[in-house]
Ligand binder design. Sequence first.
Ligand SMILES: [Zn+2]
Length: 260
Amino acid sequence: MLERKPIFPNVIELNLQAGHLIGCNVYLVFDQDEWILIDIGYQETVDEIIELIRQLDFPLAQCKMLVATHADVDHGQGLAHAKQVLKTTVAAHPKAAKLLAAGDKLQTFAEIEAQDIHLDMPPVETEHLIEEGSVLEVGRLKLEVWSTPGHADSQLAFRMGNLLFSGDNIYRDGCVGAIDAHHGSNIPAFIASLTRIRDSDVEWLLPSHGPIFRKDTALLNRTIGRLEQYQHMADFGTCAVDWPLMDEWEDEIAEGRMPQ
Ligand SMILES: [Zn+2]
């Protein structure tokens, strides 16, 4: 048996528990005779994760569900295998469920032809469609489901008391989940999600990548400010909402202004 190292009461993060980096953050939330996982990561690390859970003395048959923060390959590729081994169910946003059922590779970043990235995305069915206002129950615990689109349109976060399992919304260094048109990213929605997190009374953010950290208003403000700029920058292609330089150019053309 291994000694459990909870980061907060009823919460274990499995990379931290293992003492080495396995992949994306995997949160095990437990109470009474039930436990759930928030994200599972790549398929090749599922067996290691399940063995770790066994050594922590959580009966495998008591896994209530596998929860997907969204459908990205680095979060959900292992769902099909883990579901089969644990004989459990999957919970995801309806839009993520659609991608997971189809084994979609494009919107999940499994297939990026131009970068020669070709990963499997084994299809998996979702039993529990969850969205804004849904509640996940684990023993006596309640996790409030927040829809926080931006990185992906299916991105979820889960609030449990003063903790927010915050997915790919923001990391400790102020970076955010990748903004990519093919991924369904939406910068104005992202700003709204980050503003909601900032203005909430949540105290701790438990992201899907990297260290767990205290919610920091100054950090969130800097990130929101950056994304506000992104909205007007050609750097973000079709994810930008406008490009002021084109308005200037149009005026200069109309004026017949020559290069100065
Ligand atoms: Zn991610």
